[in-house]
Design a binder for this molecule. Structure first.
Ligand code: ADP
Ligand code: MG
Length: 332
């Protein structure tokens, strides 16, 4: 298959104050058009720096970023930073006009040459981002999450080719977050928009992204589909980013009847199966945490604590003696 380039970074390095431990080092990445690519990594790993380089908000010290084969101009050359065919939304929604209404904030991005189009497009994006009911409110009176929706609507109404999102859902209430993520997925499917999303929320990137790119200390360490990286991450770092796995050393693993040749074992709570054995009751239930449709059962043996996800609620109580089986684990 012939490869046509869309948005590419080749051996890109950007360090702050000449410190190699800052920014990103020697990153190469090809962003697939019409897909949602999520960049994940711990805080300070270089996610925002990479996003700004792809957008043209920062210039690389070395290497090259290009869009459709043309080099992206950085802020030293371009008067209004950022590529014209791209929009970026961050946690800061500074460019909103606080004293104008939601409607005005969105509509003002379109010219007055076609008033009907302007009105119908504004309504379309108000509805698509679920802020139609807020249209006559002043932005100053909105919650943080509502402001972020307005910021996203503003970015989308100009029909960019690429939307870059830097942890944009931070302030959105959990109950609305899923809806907003779904809205963006729908827009991507309907319009072919390309989205690059930076996030450290595993639930968010797993459900939203087509491709995951894992970044650590300014370098890309692995990439793949959310499913592959969740199930079989090559690196312990990725395993820990994408799930709240418990990490055990050799000796601790033995307590779970796991013999490993490697140094480390990682276990997901859903793979800790609580069983009732007549002969072996080697674990003690320390706590049962109600989580709605499931429980987190914290169990202990010889000072080692494990977390088990239990769907059969009220089966166990604090102090119960039980046995466990580890259905699956990862070795590193
Ligand atoms: P992330 O978005 O993953 O949290 P960043 O890209 O913001 O990471 O930062 C990567 C590294 O570069 C961090 O060590 C951070 O402290 C450093 N850094 C980021 N921006 C600046 C800056 N303007 N000046 C100096 N150091 C910076
Ligand atoms: Mg950041």
């Amino acid at each position: 298959m012939q490869h046509t380039s869309f948005l590419d970074a080749v051996s890109v390095t950007k360090n702050y104050n000449d410190k190699k431990a800052s920014g990103v080092n020697n990153i190469s990445i090809s962003i697939a058009p019409g897909k949602i690519t999520a960049i994940v990594g711990e805080s300070g790993s270089g996610k925002s720096t990479l996003l700004k380089l792809l957008f043209g908000l920062l210039s690389p010290d070395s290497g090259k970023v290009s869009f459709r084969g043309e080099e992206i101009w950085g802020p030293e050359i371009k008067l209004i930073p950022g590529h014209d065919d791209m929009r970026m939304v961050t946690q800061h929604t500074d460019d909103l006009n606080l004293f104008a209404t939601v409607y005005e904030n969105i509509a003002q991005l379109l010219p007055n040459t076609d008033i009907d189009y302007k009105a119908s497009e504004t309504e379309r994006y108000l509805k698509q981002l679920n802020i139609y009911k807020l249209k006559d409110k002043r932005v100053a009176d909105l919650s943080g999450g509502e402001k972020q929706r307005v910021a996203i609507a503003r970015s989308l109404i100009t029909k960019p080719e690429v939307l870059l999102l830097d942890e944009p859902f931070n302030q959105v209430d959990a109950s609305f977050r899923e809806g907003l993520q779904q809205n963006i997925r729908t827009i991507v499917q309907e319009t072919g928009l390309t989205v690059i999303l930076v996030s450290h929320d595993p639930a968010e990137v797993l459900s939203m992204a087509d491709v995951l790119v894992v970044i650590k200390d300014g370098e890309i360490v692995e990439s793949g589909t959310p499913e592959d990286l969740f199930r079989k991450p090559e690196m312990l770092y990725t395993a820990q980013l994408l799930s709240n796995r418990t990490v055990l050393n050799k000796e601790e693993a033995l307590l779970c009847d796991i013999k490993t040749e490697k140094e480390t074992v990682a276990i997901s709570p859903e793979h800790v199966i609580l069983t009732s054995s007549l002969t072996r009751k080697d674990w003690t239930v320390k706590q049962v945490l109600f989580k709605g449709f499931f429980e987190d059962v914290i169990i202990e043996k010889d000072g080692l604590e494990l977390r088990a996800l239990n769907l059969n609620k009220k089966e166990y109580k604090t102090g119960d003696k039980i046995h466990i089986r580890i259905a699956q684990f990862l070795e590193y």
